[in-house]
Ligand binder design. Structure first.
Ligand SMILES: C[S@@+](CC[C@H](N)C(=O)[O-])C[C@H]1O[C@@H](n2cnc3c(N)ncnc32)[C@H](O)[C@@H]1O
Length: 309
């Protein structure tokens, strides 16, 4: 593993089982990160499988290029959002695509990136540092209603309103600049009392999703997947919390139906159609006990696999 870019890929064996990389096949990785899954796909599709990869994070793109050097001539990695994959990966060209959602351990552990309430750093949270919007702008400028909406919808935080009001009150005295400032405020209002998870976990998750418009990207990315996959090509999506998994599950359920309807789904008004995907996993797959014991980050992972019809 790249010493400067520590990230252990999750459920690699299950991802390979889903995508079944073959020599001569063409694959895409929309979240190339440190290149763990990408390396496994390139190795399994030796000697001449091809991989198109992207990541919003420039540091990840550099790390992935270093990690994949042994496969030179068999991949192209660009910095960008997987929502835009269909703009540069040819239509109906891919046999398989992996989306491994969220942030990498590298992003999370680098205090300068501002993703973690456990490490003090600037309130940033941008995956793509070319982007203007940072977490600090939201925390210091959004209304209490907007902040509560972010914590509730994207973080699933039950005390969203209370936290939002406290933030708006506190920033009248002093603007928020650091992750510690925010984490300490939340901890003061909602003390830990022996709870395992830090009280700011959901607030940080909500802000991260909002700053990076992660749910908007995910919806567009799933559409892009259907455009770039060949018929019979497979999409594997790894999600790490219920907010994103719900979108992936709904997408699959909706696209696998053999009918459409206008407003309400009543059997006599259904219009038949050819399903766009086949569900390969009816229920999300979880990592093995052994992997969960060895890699804490994998514990919340859920893998869903679809095949383009
Ligand atoms: C969990 S890590 C991926 C790790 C990778 N599979 C590996 O094996 O090293 C998620 C990565 O996806 C990137 N990312 C998240 N959302 C993205 C998006 N919409 N478009 C492109 N990259 C994204 C993050 O910057 C991060 O590097």
């Amino acid at each position: 593993m790249d010493k400067q870019f520590a990230h252990k890929p999750v459920m690699t064996a299950e991802v390979l089982e889903a995508l079944k990389p073959q020599s001569g096949g063409r694959y895409a990785d929309g979240t190339v990160g440190g290149g763990g899954h990408a390396a496994a796909i390139l190795a399994a599709s030796s000697p001449n499988g091809w991989l198109s990869g992207c990541d919003r994070d420039g540091v990840a793109v550099e790390a992935a290029r270093r990690r994949l050097a042994e496969f030179a001539g068999r991949f192209e990695i660009r910095q960008g959002n997987f929502a835009d994959l269909a703009e540069w990966v040819p239509a109906e060209s891919c046999d398989g695509l992996i989306l491994d959602l969220g942030v990498s351990s590298h992003e999370l552990n680098d205090p300068e990136r501002g993703f973690s309430f456990q490490r003090d750093g600037p309130l940033d949270m941008r995956m793509d540092r070319r982007q203007a919007l940072r977490a600090a702008s939201l925390v210091n400028e959004a209304s209490a209603e907007e902040l509560a909406g972010i914590f509730w919808h994207f973080g699933g935080e039950r005390e969203s309103r209370k936290f939002a009001r406290a933030i708006v009150h506190a920033r009248e005295q002093k603007q928020f600049e650091t992750t510690r400032q925010l984490a300490e405020l939340i901890e003061r209002i909602s003390p830990r009392h022996g709870r395992k998870t830090h009280p700011a976990t959901k607030v940080f998750q909500g802000l991260r999703i909002a700053v990076n418009d992660e749910l908007g990207s995910l919806k567009q990315g799933l559409e892009a997947a259907l455009r770039i996959l060949k018929r019979g090509g497979r999409l594997a999506v790894l999600s790490f919390h219920s907010v994103e998994d719900r979108i992936v599950k709904e997408f699959g359920r909706e696209r696998a139906r053999d009918y459409t309807f206008d407003d309400v789904d009543v059997p006599e008004l259904r219009k038949p159609r050819v399903p766009e995907v086949k569900l390969i996993t009816r229920k999300a797959l979880k990592p093995s006990e052994a992997e969960m014991a060895e890699n804490i980050r994998s514990r919340s992972a859920q893998l869903r696999v679809f095949e383009k019809s």
